[in-house]
Ligand binder design. Structure first.
Ligand code: HEM
Length: 432
């Protein structure tokens, strides 16, 4: 049934499953927004919500996209096969186990979930590594993609070590910021931010048709990102503030350079009708500028609480920036929208490409507005320690997650399960 859909591959099951985790993560953020705004960031429920977002949503989608897109980046064809299904099963087991273990407050199960996630990343690394020798080209963004996956490996190994240390107490220093500080820096900046930035410089020229901005402009941004990660790791390992300030300035510089390049691509975009993917990128430019400005305010001492800034920035990156990047790009790197039009709306294969603005479904506009507004307000309310505003912002964000998951995934899944299309290759009879 789902398997027979046109364009379905095992890689598509990653973002399909991730939509379920997105809705759960939205609910988690609502429940936790109050405690988050008053500083309870490392409590078990907060860790559960964080890892629903980082593993169940962000990493699951990214892994599916890498299975689908990395061969194209290297200029080769490699259809996702049985190995991808095994990888999906291991990753889903980890993405379920870890948040559930945090919620249950069970260190042994947190460690078990961590070991499963390490296995998942090893499978991904092995899969990507066997593609590299077959490459026909090596665009600069390919380096950024592999660097980000290396940081993912470091993140999950460090996470598993922290969890094992909770059980076996073999490394007391991991209870300090050497543990969570290093883990969060390499996970948020080294993995998520670097992956989104690297993929942006590959997708933007292809989506906007703009060719006068060189893909090589990603190189200095990647250098700055990796330098900032090294500074944050040094700060977490030494407990010194100076490397953290240096890292923030360098990351702020990378953010401004990235925002300027993305704006140039979008201003030159060939689209003449409204396009939600571009709208998501504009929102990311806005949030990049906001996050960069807050960081620079802290480095100049105008913002005092560095830990509150770090927690607010983690929320902006996870609920805002990364989620907006994924939501916007899923409209184009997956057949989800085509399946929505064909099976949820019952349009024929002839009608879909003739839609006036195919990348602008009404539910998508609502999901975009709710997610972008909710995540930005949540960041501001955590930064300003305003629990009531944080709860309202979280509710708006969660509504955006539910509308998106409903339109982009649940709509066609339910339609196909309730009324499987005849022979699934042909469109249902067009409504006259
Ligand atoms: C993409 C992958 C991951 C990312 C981006 C990530 C991110 C984070 C962040 C931002 C925090 C701080 C959250 C807070 O304080 O509320 C955190 C804490 C933590 N993470 Fe992860 N995480 C990832 C995967 C993992 C994995 C696979 C494990 C394995 C068990 C893990 C174990 C932990 C632990 C134990 C803490 C709490 C540390 C402490 O408070 O001392 N994480 N993670």
């Amino acid at each position: 049934m789902l398997w027979g859909l046109p364009g379905m591959t095992p890689a598509m099951l990653f973002p399909t499953a991730a939509a379920f985790f997105l809705v759960c993560a939205g609910v988690g953020v609502v429940v936790l927004s109050g405690p988050l705004a008053v500083g309870r960031w490392r409590a078990y429920p907060a860790l559960a919500a964080t890892h629903l977002l980082t593993l169940g949503w962000g990493t699951l989608v990214a892994m599916g996209a890498l299975h689908q897109m990395f061969p194209a980046v290297l200029g080769i064809s490699a259809k996702p096969g049985r190995g991808t299904v095994v990888h999906l099963a291991v990753t889903l087991a980890a993405a379920f186990t870890l948040p559930a273990a945090f919620l249950a407050g069970s260190p042994p199960w947190v460690a078990a979930g961590g070991v499963l996630m390490v296995a998942s990343v090893v499978l991904l690394l092995a899969h990507l590594a066997q593609l590299v020798p077959r490459r026909r080209r090596w665009p600069p963004s390919a380096t950024g993609v592999l660097l980000s996956v290396a940081y993912l490996f470091w993140t999950v190994v460090w996470g598993a070590l922290m969890a094992l240390n909770w059980n076996l107490q073999f490394w007391p220093a991991l209870y300090t910021y050497l543990g969570v500080g290093v883990h969060a820096a390499v996970g948020l900046v080294g993995w998520f931010v670097q992956l989104v930035v690297a993929v942006s410089y590959y997708l933007l020229p292809r989506f906007t048709g703009v060719r006068h901005v060189s893909e090589r402009r990603v190189v200095p941004v990647l250098w700055a990102l990796n330098l900032s990660v090294a500074s944050f790791v040094l700060a977490a390992a030494t407990g010194q503030a100076l490397p953290a300030r240096v890292g923030t300035v360098v990351l702020g510089g990378a953010a401004l350079a990235y925002a300027a390049d993305v704006s140039r691509f979008l201003r030159g975009a060939r689209q003449t009708v409204p396009d939600l993917t571009n709208w998501h990128w504009w929102a990311m430019v806005g949030q990049t500028a906001l996050g960069g400005a807050a960081g620079l305010l802290w480095t100049t001492g105008l913002l005092s609480d560095g830990r509150r800034l770090a927690a607010a920035t983690a929320i902006l990156v996870l609920c805002g920036w990364v989620t907006l990047a994924i939501m916007g790009q899923l409209y184009k790197v997956t057949p989800f929208l085509m399946w929505y039009y064909r099976f949820a709306r019952g349009l024929s294969a002839y009608e879909v490409p003739r839609l006036p603005a195919p990348y602008f479904p009404r539910w998508g506009v609502a999901a975009f507005a709710l997610t972008a507004t909710g995540s930005t307000l949540l960041w501001a309310s955590v930064l300003a320690a305003l629990p009531t505003l944080a709860q309202a912002a979280a509710a708006v964000f969660a509504a955006g997650c539910a509308v998106y998951a409903g339109g982009a995934v649940a709509s066609w899944v339910v339609a196909v399960l309730l009324r499987p299309p005849r022979g699934s290759q042909t469109a249902p009879a067009p409504r006259v």
